[in-house]
Ligand binder design. Structure first.
Ligand code: SAM
Length: 272
């Protein structure tokens, strides 16, 4: 799925070595997911970073998209990844150096970017707003740093679109409510359009991808974690949990298991 861990694991203070290694592993597996790759391809085309431009990747994680933006703005442009987690920032710096990328990285917060007004041509922000208690503040910041005519693309997960099949619908709803409770802004995907408009930006295009799992890729630890949490919160009984495991296992054995969550992306620009 888009984030195979509950969203709160990505808060910037999660910096011990083992925690960072888990975040890197999760981000690497998401980099490889078909839905993420397709939505990113759409988003790069929509935002169209050009040679010589200044691009910003807010909450860049391991910096894979900062590197992609750096390649687009080369040779005389600049791509800067903002990443408040020092462990992830170090990984991003090491990977960019190893790849010979000109991408640069800096500490910072999406809601208080260390950049002047109207100083950036392109803002990219992927799966960060779901972690913020006040995502509109961040989107207002993106509008502030964009120069007139500058473009922004936001990509985010909408956790309420989670589908887990088969399973009794009430049991599945109890599980997905755990994922909703874990994200600061669980409906991030559906909010993007309104947030960009509220920030005074003009909508250019919208895209989406369902991130799909089947019996070969399903994240059993995530299902078990959500199910155990639902039992602890007394949303489902132990019997309901066991029935769900049996249903899912049987479906996996006959290749009929479906798990998905939908990501949305919106491209916009600052009026001249
Ligand atoms: C799910 S990861 C996404 C990383 C990257 N954008 C990607 O799509 O691969 C969320 C990222 O947001 C960062 N983050 C969390 N709080 C943030 C904040 N207040 N400002 C900027 N980034 C933040 C995390 O450290 C993490 O790198």
């Amino acid at each position: 799925m888009g984030d195979t861990r509950p969203a709160s694991h990505f808060h910037a203070g999660n910096i011990d070595g083992a925690a960072v290694a888990r975040l890197v592993a999760a981000l690497d597996s998401q980099d490889a997911a078909d839905g993420v790759r397709r939505l990113r391809a759409w988003a790069h085309e929509a935002v169209a970073a050009r040679p010589g431009e200044r691009a910003l990747d807010v909450g860049c994680g391991t910096g894979s998209q900062t590197q992609a933006l750096a390649a687009a703005v080369t040779p005389d442009g600049d791509a800067l990844g903002i990443e408040p987690n020092p462990g992830l920032r170090t990984v991003a710096e090491q990977r960019a150096a190893a790849a010979g990328s000109t991408a640069r990285f800096a500490d910072g917060d999406a809601s208080a970017l260390p950049l002047a007004d109207a100083s950036v041509d392109v803002v990219w922000c992927e799966r960060v707003l779901q972690h913020l208690a006040e995502p509109q503040r961040a989107v207002d910041e993106f509008a502030r740093v964009l120069r007139p005519g500058g473009r922004v693309v936001l990509l985010d997960t909408d956790w309420a679109t989670t589908i887990l099949h088969p399973g009794d619908p009430a049991t599945v709803a109890a599980l997905t409510s755990g994922a909703l409770a874990a994200a600061a802004s669980p409906y991030a995907g559906r909010l993007l359009l309104g947030q960009l408009t509220a920030a005074g930006l003009v909508i250019d295009d919208r895209g989406s991808q369902a991130l799909l799992q089947d019996h070969t890729t399903v994240t059993w630890p995530l299902i078990r974690m959500l199910a155990e949490s639902a039992v602890r919160r007394e949303l489902i009984t132990g019997d309901q949990r066991d029935r769900l495991y049996a249903d899912l296992t049987e479906a996996a054995e006959r290749g009929a298991l479906h798990m998905s969550v939908t990501m949305f992306a919106v491209a916009a620009h600052r009026p001249r």
